[in-house]
Design a protein around this ligand. Structure first.
Ligand code: SF4
Length: 481
């Protein structure tokens, strides 16, 4: 009998964000006290376990194939185990992290280890990944990975595992947490009820990666999973779907069945929930503590320009008020810098936050992700600030970097107005106030607001640095086609 094949699934850390926020530039120039403070805060952020496990790797590591043993290496917490021998290393590649992923893949392949690459970047840009991999797995890998493991156990692997269709999620695939070190994470109770989005927002890649048709798992399957997970980890549940109320009848049925299990949960929804009274009541009764809602823009012109047509300004305030009245705390996410935005937009966002009493506001700068419609449009319009072919440029950061030129606002004025807005919204005083007045999850609301006071401070520091650098170099645009 041939020996068991060892497979390692790798998740790479991002440059910044809740996994350990840091300036995109070195701490050089800041005082020793400030460096000590920033380092301590980074450690606290990391150790407060806002990190959640990589769900896609959890799903793949749950596949049980005779003759194959799978582990997960989460490089947010550990170094790559080069001292061990692996028959196959699978790396999840996100566009902002592609350079790091390719460097690791090249190093492993030089040492004779086979490497499989999958994830969003491989799905959208397979050609750029091919030179760094023995095996490419573009698309949703639930069924393809099983085929990879089966082939690995039997002999040689193929260079490409792909499918023309999305996996049927009604087919039961039990998710296991055995490959996770549970204490590292805020919670390991991650549940995905479905994939796909019927909307077409031009800055988003969900509909490109998972399709426009909502695919749902069977309700009974999810109830079983919640019951099983609850026995292994008593912490809060996180329903990771982009919009947990996208199919109201399905959500009503699911969360009604979850009421007797007495869980507490977070999720992501559209503000329409505030107008779906029966569903809202069921969410509250099933233990919903807080929801993230994508407000994106309160400017009608901006929503139209970016195809985010499902929100209506006049309904937003009413819906948000209703959700908070049902005792569910709200994280409301905005994007400033959309094509209908002007220098009057920050004041409107501030008024909106004050009127609705959002518990955790998040104010992002538009981030053109390669592969999205907005990225292509900005490229055609000559508004990207970095080389569109440079995979290192379009990295994830926490509002710390301008990647494009806003349509109606000069770059300097934009940075100034964004910095003023985040200074007004994210103060220690506001964090305490929001924590105390949140309908539920008060301590989480307080912590998030405190961390944001720090993170948006980093954002102001880095944007100022970028601005000074471009002035010194006497060019507004670091990149020009
Ligand atoms: S932003 Fe939300 S609603 Fe819009 S396409 Fe993406 S997932 Fe769908």
């Amino acid at each position: 009998m041939s020996p068991t094949k060892k497979v390692l699934l790798v998740f790479l850390p991002s440059e910044s964000g809740v996994d350990g926020a840091r300036s995109l530039y070195s701490d050089k120039g800041s005082s020793a006290l400030s460096r000590w403070f920033n380092q301590s805060l980074r450690t606290i952020i990391k150790q407060s376990q806002f990190a959640i496990p990589p769900l896609s790797l959890m799903i793949l590591s749950s596949l049980d194939v005779p003759g194959v043993e799978q582990s997960i290496c989460d490089m947010r917490f550990e170094e790559f185990p080069f001292h061990e021998k692996w028959d196959l290393v699978g790396i999840s590649v996100q566009t902002g992290m592609a350079k790091k992923a390719f460097a690791l893949a090249d190093q492993l392949r030089c040492a004779g280890t086979q490497v499989a690459l999958g994830g969003a970047h491989v799905t959208l840009f397979p050609d750029s990944c091919r030179p760094h991999a023995d095996v490419l797995v573009p698309g949703e890998a639930d069924d393809l990975w099983k085929q990879v493991l089966t082939d690995l156990a039997a002999g040689p692997l193929k260079p490409l595992y792909s499918s023309d269709s999305f996996p049927d999620l009604e087919h039961s695939r039990p998710v296991s947490k055995t490959a996770l070190i549970k204490k590292r994470y805020f919670t390991t109770n991650l549940i995905q009820t479905g994939r796909g989005c019927q909307y077409n927002c031009d800055f988003c890649n969900v509909h490109l990666l998972n399709g426009h048709v909502l695919r749902r798992r069977a309700v009974a399957d999810i109830v079983n999973e919640v019951t099983r997970f609850q026995q292994e980890d008593s912490r809060i549940f996180f329903f990771v779907d982009d919009s947990i109320n996208a199919d109201p009848a399905y959500a009503l049925e699911l969360f009604r069945q979850l009421i007797p299990l007495n869980i507490r949960w977070f999720g992501q929804a559209t503000t329409t929930l505030g107008l779906q009274h029966e569903l809202l009541e069921t969410f509250a009764n099933s233990g919903c503590q807080a929801l993230l809602v994508g407000i994106e823009s309160i400017e009608t012109k901006s929503r139209t320009a970016h195809k985010k047509n499902q929100n209506r300004t006049e309904e937003l305030v009413r819906a948000i008020t209703a959700i908070r009245k049902a005792e569910i705390s709200l994280y409301g996410s905005f994007i400033y810098g959309l094509d209908g935005d002007t220098l009057n937009t920050p004041a409107a966002i501030l008024d909106f936050i004050n009127e609705t009493q959002l518990d955790v506001p998040g104010i992002n700068i538009l981030r053109p992700t390669p592969g999205t419609q907005v990225f292509e449009r900005l490229r055609e319009e000559g508004r990207l600030l970095f080389d569109p072919l440079d995979i290192t440029a379009y990295r994830y950061s926490f509002g710390q970097e301008m990647l494009y030129k806003p349509k109606n606002i000069p770059l300097d004025a934009f940075i100034e107005s964004y910095s003023t807005l985040t200074r007004q919204v994210f103060s220690i005083k506001n964090a305490v106030k929001r924590g105390m007045s949140a309908p539920r999850a008060k301590s989480a609301v307080l912590l998030f607001n405190l961390f944001y006071a720090h993170l948006y401070g980093l954002s102001r520091h880095d944007l100022q640095h970028q601005r000074e650098k471009s002035h010194q170099e006497k060019t507004i645009l670091p990149y020009a086609e």
